[in-house]
Design a protein. Structure first.
Length: 306
């Protein structure tokens, strides 16, 4: 397995500078629909027992996830995977660890219908929202067919488009500010490139744009078959979406099962199972220092226009 790393290291050294791009400073979205989506995002009526909202598992001021290994849904039910961050999710090529949703809009349906999460369905949610005159008027003004599952999904997705965290120190570095990173952080970035981490963690979200086998160079013990559960193709066993590294210092615990408690452990797991190398403590520390430069500005939750 070590031999396949040789061309990988060569290619990343040649092209690494172009493989990561800064988050745009602004996002494009429909303001009125996003405001409606914001209201829905925080509304517990999307769940069967009116106790769980999207915000229950995605704390927007704390990294966009819930910082526990496995999220808890209605009636105290425990899910099966770690909740991914919703911040910058619009830059992912698909959603969920197994990539089963192709867009933010597709993603909305699953937690509403999942018995371990919201345990509801669109018919039930529509019945509740139709009794709220504010919702009735909002949907009527924005959608010809008013309150439907499709339009609920569309509005929430529009709000999620606003949840970006631009202007991380690393983004400033990419834009030309060579003083944005110190020597240790720059060394961490160099190691990140030279040992192939950037081959999976690239693009504007520094991840989220491809599926990869968990245990690429050494078998990783997990009962979760990942992408295989969606496609039923043997070659997809243990494949998961590569997570974004944006704001990674804020999104512990890590991995699809939430079993990796610290950022240092996460780096060590990736080095062992995905890359197949051992680094010194100093090198690992520098990678961590680099990863902390990926924390962007706090999101600005949209408000009514004045």
């Amino acid at each position: 397995m070590k031999y396949i790393l040789i061309p990988l290291l060569i290619s990343t050294r040649l092209f690494a500078q172009e493989l990561i791009t800064p988050i745009p400073l602004t996002a494009q979205y429909n303001h009125a629909k996003a405001l409606l989506g914001k209201k829905l995002f925080f509304d517990t009526r999307l769940s069967h027992d009116n106790t769980i909202s999207c915000a229950s598992c995605h704390f927007l001021d704390e990294g966009g996830d819930d910082n526990i290994a496995i999220s808890i849904g209605i009636n105290g039910k425990k899910g099966v995977r770690n909740a991914p961050t919703v911040l910058n999710a619009l830059y992912n090529v698909n959603q969920f660890w197994d990539g089963r949703a192709k867009s933010l809009k597709d993603q909305v349906r699953s937690p509403i219908h999942n018995s371990f999460e919201m345990g509801s369905n669109f018919d039930e949610v529509i019945e509740k929202l139709s009794k709220d005159s504010d919702y009735v008027n909002s949907f009527k003004s924005l959608y010809r067919d008013q309150i439907t599952g499709n339009n609920i999904s569309d509005a929430i997705a529009e709000f999620e488009k606003t949840l970006i965290t631009p202007n991380a120190r690393f983004d400033k570095f990419l834009r030309g500010d060579k003083e944005a990173l110190n020597a240790n952080e720059l060394n961490g970035y160099r190691i990140f490139k030279e040992y192939g981490c950037i081959s999976c963690h690239n693009g504007v979200n520094i991840g989220g744009n491809l599926m990869q086998k968990m245990g690429a160079v050494e078998e990783y013990e997990t009962s979760d078959l990942g992408r295989f559960n969606v496609t039923k193709r043997e070659r997809d066993k243990f494949y998961f979406k590569v997570p974004s590294l944006r704001n990674v210092e804020l999104t512990a615990p890590y991995s699809h099962d939430g079993s990796v408690k610290t950022l240092k452990s996460a780096v060590e797991v990736v080095l062992k199972y995905q890359v197949g190398i051992h680094l010194t403590d100093e090198e690992v520390d520098d990678i961590i220092k680099f990863l902390k430069t990926l924390t962007g500005e706090s999101i600005k939750i949209i408000e009514e226009k004045r």
